[in-house]
Design a protein. Structure first.
Length: 123
């Protein structure tokens, strides 16, 4: 049995924040949020959960020349890669093992993606 992710859905919502978020002297009052709906099989029982987080590309990328749309699209790509790997992963004995396996899989994807997009940058 164990733990496996059977389905994921991602939604990007533009929302006004209940409380402003401070990036140094910048106050963010609205912006895109990502909502994840996840269904898991836990020892034969189907469970569904939700999680939401802010998409803040300027904080994520640290690139002042990147536009908001491009930054959000890049961040969503990372979430989609994680969801794809979670759904295709084998069942693991514990939630921690499932998380660790996904962490490694996404790390491998990110390293490969970085290599393909940035070859020659560090040479």
């Amino acid at each position: 049995m164990g733990v496996s992710i059977t389905d994921t859905n991602l939604y990007v919502l533009n929302m006004t924040r209940r409380m402003t978020f401070h990036f140094g002297n910048v106050h963010v009052a609205e912006g895109p949020q990502i909502l994840l709906e996840l269904t898991a099989d836990v020892d034969g029982v189907r469970e569904t959960g939700l999680s939401m987080g802010a998409l803040a590309p300027m904080w994520f990328h640290k690139n002042p020349d990147m536009g908001m749309e491009e930054g959000v699209a890049d961040m969503v790509t990372v979430f989609e890669a994680a969801c794809d790997r979670a759904e295709s992963a084998d069942a693991e004995p514990t939630v921690f093992d499932a998380w660790w396996s996904l962490y490694d899989a996404v790390g491998d994807w990110a390293a490969d993606t970085l290599t393909r997009h940035c070859s020659g940058v560090t040479e």
